[in-house]
Design a protein around this ligand. Structure first.
Ligand code: PMT
Length: 406
């Protein structure tokens, strides 16, 4: 049986040339036995006729907020409650801005506000509109609110230009909806908070203290937790990795910002994984102006940053807390000390500063320790290690909740 069988999917279509691809999304979803209802904005109808969607779904297309017949068939709040997920494809720059602002001046934007189910958007627009800071800021805010973003893809656009902004293909949208609605696995029903990447501590407006973390390990862990069925929030320092499809992504720069973002979410999480390489010290007062190189040497006064991991581990009740230890020597001993001093449920030690694994590399080797056990995962791709680690976390969490099961 298809995992979409019996699922109710609301597909919003906004006014872009990619609207023709949405018909294929509907066809794929219907073929997988999902029940699909389509909501079109007024401008979407200039690109594809509602009859196309009506023929594919077997139901009239919804488009007016104040239409007596449409409201009598299924009122807009009822429609929002009926759906298991709401996908907007294509989502134009205008519609994305509307969602960010929380406007509700037509049926689709009202549904986006009223829906309490996962929302996915597949942006589609000209490449300059996509890279405009206003659009990127809107997308960032929506990602923080947990809106799943699919694409856009890069390539030749309808306007003849080349770049990011094309809507991703219908099959990829179908796959994303399927994976969202069929989450099954060892972390199903749990919420996981992951921190990843470095932090940047400003010295002056142009310089900062940071480290070599690429975010790869943390991003793979966030993906693996999501694939294991968890609702995943990622708090990320500045990295240049593609954004994974998660429940929420919060981008931060400094250790203090990461502290606030993590603490805000940790109490409502079942698991916290601190894979970020948080700066241990930050300049006490960042200069407002660029520091001139007048003197032969320069002293910087630094202060300790808040220890995010220890603060989460001290919460009571708090999440199952997994720390990382990046060590250049005495890997196990140093990791054990961190496990005990920070009162963690588990610590994942990795060697850094060597030729293999650790920072930036696609590979890593991990020694995982908990109160009365440990396991070694030899050098392997970070993706593979992330899946192994997630399974181990699920196992240890279950044991910590029900110790007699071991
Ligand atoms: O990002 P990649 O390039 O893929 O590299 C992966 C990695 C090497 C960064 C990752 O595997 C890793 O080891 N992350 C933790 C790095 C680190 O800061 O280790 P640490 O031993 O200095 O810190 C111990 C733990 O305390 C970590 O979980 C860290 O997130 C946390 N910490 C540290 C300082 C602080 N102020 N707050 C914290 O929460």
């Amino acid at each position: 049986m298809s995992p979409l069988s019996g699922k109710n999917i609301l597909l919003g279509v906004t006014g872009g040339i990619a609207a023709y691809k949405s018909a294929e999304v509907v066809r794929l979803l219907s073929a997988a036995n999902a029940s699909v209802r389509v909501v079109m904005t007024r401008s979407a109808k200039s690109f594809v006729g509602p009859l196309t969607f009506q023929a594919l779904t077997g139901y009239p297309v919804y488009s007016d907020l104040l239409d007596v017949d449409e409201e009598a068939a299924m009122g807009h709040i009822q429609l929002a409650r009926w759906a298991d997920c709401l996908a907007v494809a294509p989502a134009t720059a205008d519609f994305i801005a509307k969602m960010r602002a929380g406007l509700a001046d037509d049926l689709l934007s009202t549904l986006c506000l009223a829906a309490e189910v996962p929302i996915l958007i597949a942006p589609a627009m000209n490449r300059a509109m996509w890279s405009n800071p206003a659009t990127l800021e809107n997308i960032r805010v929506l990602a923080e609110r947990g809106i799943h973003q699919l694409g856009p893809a890069t390539g030749l656009q309808a306007c003849g230009e080349n770049g990011y902004g094309r809507m991703i293909e219908a099959d990829a949208i179908y796959q994303a909806i399927q994976s969202l609605l069929s989450r099954k696995g060892s972390l199903q029903g749990l919420s996981v908070l992951v921190s990843a990447g470095p932090t940047r501590e400003p010295i002056d407006p142009v310089r900062y203290i940071s480290n070599r973390s690429s975010g790869k390990m943390g991003y793979e862990l966030a993906r693996a937790a999501s694939e294991a069925g968890a609702r995943v929030s990622l708090v990320s320092g500045p990295v240049s990795l593609p954004k994974p499809n998660l429940d929420a992504i919060v981008e931060v720069q400094t250790a203090a910002e990461m502290y606030s973002a993590v603490m805000e979410r940790a109490r409502t999480s079942d698991i916290y994984i601190g894979a970020a390489a948080v700066a241990d010290y930050a300049p006490i007062d960042a200069d407002i102006q660029k520091i001139k190189k007048n003197d032969p040497s320069l002293m910087l006064s630094l202060e300790r940053t808040p220890d995010i991991l220890a603060s989460v581990a001290a919460m009571n009740p708090g999440p199952f807390t997994v720390g990382f230890a990046a060590e250049t020597e005495s890997l196990e001993n140093n990791a054990k000390k961190k496990l005990e001093s920070k009162n963690l449920d588990m610590i994942v030690a990795n060697q850094v500063g060597g030729r293999e694994g650790g920072f930036e590399s696609d590979q890593n080797a991990l020694t995982v320790l908990w109160k009365d056990g440990q396991v070694r995962f030899e050098l392997a791709p970070k993706k593979q290690l992330a899946h192994k680690l997630v399974e181990l976390i699920a196992e240890r969490l279950q044991y910590s909740r029900n110790p007699r099961n071991e």
